[in-house]
Design a protein around this ligand. Structure first.
Ligand SMILES: Nc1ncnc2c1ncn2[C@@H]1O[C@H](COP(=O)(O)OP(=O)(O)OP(=O)(O)O)[C@@H](O)[C@H]1O
Ligand SMILES: [Mg+2]
Length: 425
């Protein structure tokens, strides 16, 4: 029998290096919310609490919750479990990698029993992991934030994820001043914007076989941000197309649907046009919106099929794929990015080209509409100028000062003939 060595990773070193795999505050929260959605939650609350030297974040849900064993397992890097088709989880990592990208102490508080108020509290603390170089999960830790989480589960099952020691969010020197408070507030507002976008189908209630999900950030219920502005009467949805993609376990269909959004002058209001411009604004929000099991993983850009162009800024398209295509799409741990498989890229070239031609046309028609508006505005101002000229002439006639008026008109004609014409002099 050949010899082998079981080389377990160093907990201290691995947890440290996994802190920097590309999350930011709002994408990390989205990864926690993923788990709540996967657990069948219908209400999810994100709370950011500023406390001098003790700020914390709570993400709570009313999903199925976890029993003691599951709660402990949830804190394993690489949770051992299987997944159904189109479950949002994949790597068994998001809870840990997302949380530790922002904080040093992660606690899972959970209750799965409907009748019995059995609340489990398990913690992974990076200070302990570093000190002992071990993966030890601590039981029944207590702090004001954890107490609040336990209180939240007194009535019904669910889970609360607690982030404490927010070293990446509020570095020490800012932990207690006004800058820290403002930073937390601005991160919360960015989080609202991000969650309203990536989970918009869940919030709208448009996901098959699931009731709508209410997500609130600091008590404020999120309105879905649907990139295709379906409520706008002038949004044009093109017919859906399907493309077959080969994967290891057989083939699967990817859905593509193009949309031409209305230009500003055809939107129901200017405010709505601005709201629909999105986090990166119209120009950079054109392009593909890629959904994995109804959760948005990439928003905007053409994935190398074509370039961003002002003239096609009204073009957006949805691409939908199932989790059995995860590997071909190369979904990353933070669920923020995919690679279009080369065969799909090729098949999409034509529909994307057709979409951009239509978008270009809509853009130019609206630009012309803009010109017409400018032209009619300038016609109106010509009439007004003419009236000024007539009124001026009449006033000077009344004053009996026609000779000096004629001299003045002569000078104006020489200096600015267009204006003299417009004034009708
Ligand atoms: N809010 C929750 N409610 C119920 N179970 C949860 C919750 N959060 C986490 N879990 C459990 O913990 C496990 C680990 O979560 P984690 O996010 O680390 O991995 P994952 O969701 O399985 O995969 P991924 O790395 O793709 O997110 C989940 O698979 C789930 O079983
Ligand atoms: Mg997850």
């Amino acid at each position: 029998m050949s010899r082998s060595y079981d080389v377990a990773p160093s907990a201290a070193r691995l947890t440290q290096s996994l802190r920097d795999i590309g999350y930011n505050f709002h994408t990390a929260i989205a990864d926690i919310v993923d788990n709540s959605v996967a657990a069948g939650a219908t209400h999810i609350n994100v709370e950011t609490v500023f406390e001098p030297n003790g700020s914390y974040v709570l993400i709570s849900d009313d999903g199925s919750g976890m029993n003691q064993t599951e709660a402990v397992e949830s804190l394993r890097f690489g949770t051992r479990r299987g997944y159904e088709l189109n479950e949002l989880g994949r790597f068994g990592l998001g809870l840990k990698t997302g949380s530790f990208s922002q904080c040093r102490r992660l606690t899972v508080v959970s209750r799965s029993h409907r009748a019995k108020c059995d609340v489990h509290v398990v913690t992974l603390d990076l200070n302990r992991v570093a000190r002992d170089d071990s993966w030890a999960v601590l039981a029944d830790e207590r702090s004001p934030a954890i107490e609040r989480a336990v209180d939240m589960l007194q009535e019904a099952p669910g889970t609360v994820v607690v982030w404490e020691d927010l070293d990446r969010v509020l570095p020490d020197r800012y932990a207690e001043n006004g800058w820290g408070r403002r930073r937390l507030t601005s991160l919360a507002s960015k989080t609202s914007e991000h969650l309203a976008m990536v989970f918009h189908r869940f919030i709208e209630g448009s996901v098959a076989h699931r009731s709508e999900v209410v997500i609130a950030v600091n008590g404020e219920k999120l309105q879905p941000w649907n990139p295709f502005a379906p409520a706008e009467p002038d949004t044009k949805a093109l017919p859906q197309q399907r493309f077959e993609i080969e994967a290891d376990g057989g083939s699967s269909f990817v859905k593509f649907r193009g949309y031409i959004l209305p230009a500003r002058d055809r939107f129901s209001s200017s405010e709505e046009f601005d709201r629909m411009s999105g986090p990166l604004k119209w120009n950079r929000q054109q392009g593909l919106y890629i959904y994995r099991a109804d959760r948005l993983v990439q928003h905007g850009g053409w994935s190398g099929i074509r370039g961003i162009d002002e003239h096609t800024k009204l073009a957006r398209a949805s691409i939908d794929f199932d989790t059995n295509l995860d590997e071909v799409f190369q979904i990353n741990v933070a669920k923020m990015k995919v690679e279009l498989p080369p065969s799909l890229k090729q098949m999409l070239e034509r529909p994307v080209h057709e979409l951009s031609v239509l978008a270009n046309d809509a853009y130019r028609r609206s630009a012309n509409a803009g010109d017409r508006k400018e032209a009619s505005k300038s016609a109106a101002s010509q009439v007004a100028l003419h009236e000024v000229g007539v009124a001026l002439k009449a006033a000077l006639l009344e004053e009996n000062d026609l000779p000096s008026f004629k001299t003045a008109v002569g000078t104006l004609r020489r200096r600015n003939p267009d204006l003299a014409d417009a004034l009708g002099l």
